[in-house]
Design a protein around this ligand. Structure first.
Ligand SMILES: NC(=O)c1ccc[n+]([C@@H]2O[C@H](COP(=O)([O-])OP(=O)(O)OC[C@H]3O[C@@H](n4cnc5c(N)ncnc54)[C@H](OP(=O)(O)O)[C@@H]3O)[C@@H](O)[C@H]2O)c1
Length: 291
């Protein structure tokens, strides 16, 4: 029987980069940690690493492909054995330099970074509500600032021109708006929701097969920047996620966007009136259309 004081944490994309370091830090504080990963081989290696580095054996991995809503549902069904979830860290993400699709035919970046997490969060909401003080942490990015005038609803399928950083920026703005929409909906519960920017972090991001050509070169430049000491380590990059997952300050507020472990301002030129509600309704409609 699990000690009721042991928090239960779920981290998507916990097999590498910021997600792995978030899982190590939270397991190191004694939490029971479940990482959701699409690649079982990477998942096994990461589970062993998190256990070894944190000294906590209560770490396991479950299969999760956010680009397939049926996989998201299977993951949520496996999580249903947990009577409560204290923290859901919606961390996994990718950037693509060409148009690709999820299993249900959504554009891959938005489908993975936002829609998969939108569906997952709704499926485990009752377990978050069952926790004494549930938290949802969405990994957004300063790149949301690319989303001038907000999300491009007129071409969510990206059949017109595919602009890598605009598409990525829209998905990261969605992560912020999703946290805001959750905060509104959960205002009368003990669950809070926040979005974070981890800083510019040297990880495998954008260099693991999702990008090629110009974008990959840009990501390689990031590698040079890291060697020059200009980028954060993944451990430093996980600090804001860990702060928002655990601090009293983040538990007292909801719907905020955090940078360097402090609330920060969302780029004002990305804001349109009513857009949190529009994101919620459109996401609900898109997910139900393929359910
Ligand atoms: N690095 C930065 O500078 C930076 C800056 C701002 C925001 N962020 C955000 O931070 C988050 C973590 O990124 P990172 O830098 O740690 O990059 P990373 O090392 O590439 O980690 C991304 C994680 O997401 C997983 N993932 C991708 N697609 C998935 C899918 N369909 N289903 C399940 N998991 C999937 C990856 O799994 P695989 O290992 O199988 O690919 C990996 O575990 C992302 O949301 C990113 O947008 C990063």
């Amino acid at each position: 029987m699990k000690d009721l004081d042991t928090p239960t944490i779920v981290v998507t994309g916990g097999n590498s980069g910021i997600g792995l370091e978030t899982a190590v830090a939270l397991a190191g504080r004694g939490a029971e940690v479940v990482i959701g990963c699409r690649d079982p081989r990477k998942a096994a290696g990461a589970t062993a690493e998190i256990r070894r580095r944190s000294g906590n054996e209560s770490v396991r991995s479950l299969r999760l492909d956010l680009a397939d809503l049926r996989s998201v549902e299977r993951f949520a069904a496996e999580l249903s054995t947990l009577d409560h979830i204290d923290v859901l860290v919606n961390n996994a993400g990718l950037v693509c330099d060409r148009r690709m699709e999820t299993a249900q035919g959504f554009e891959l970046t938005f489908g993975t970074n936002h829609l998969g997490h939108f569906h997952l969060t709704n499926l485990v909401l009752d377990q978050l509500r069952a926790a004494p003080s549930g938290r949802i942490v969405n990994l957004a990015s300063v790149a949301h600032a690319r989303s001038v005038d907000g999300i491009t609803w007129s071409d969510m399928g990206r059949y017109r021109r595919y602009r890598t950083w605009r598409v990525y920026g829209d998905s990261k703005l969605a992560n912020i708006l999703h946290a805001e929409a959750l905060a509104e909906r959960l205002a009368d519960t003990s669950v809070v929701a926040h979005a974070v920017h981890p800083g510019s972090v040297r990880t495998g991001f954008g260099r693991d097969g999702d990008t090629s050509g110009a974008t990959a070169s840009l990501m390689e430049l990031n590698g040079v920047a890291q060697r020059l000491g200009l980028l954060r380590t993944p451990e430093q990059g996980a600090a804001t996620s860990v702060h928002v997952a655990t601090s009293a300050a983040a538990g007292r507020s909801s719907g905020l966007y955090w940078r360097d472990s402090h609330p920060a301002r969302v780029a004002p030129w990305t804001r349109r009136r009513g857009d949190t509600a529009v994101l919620w309704e459109n996401s609900k409609r898109l997910v139900s259309a393929v359910s």
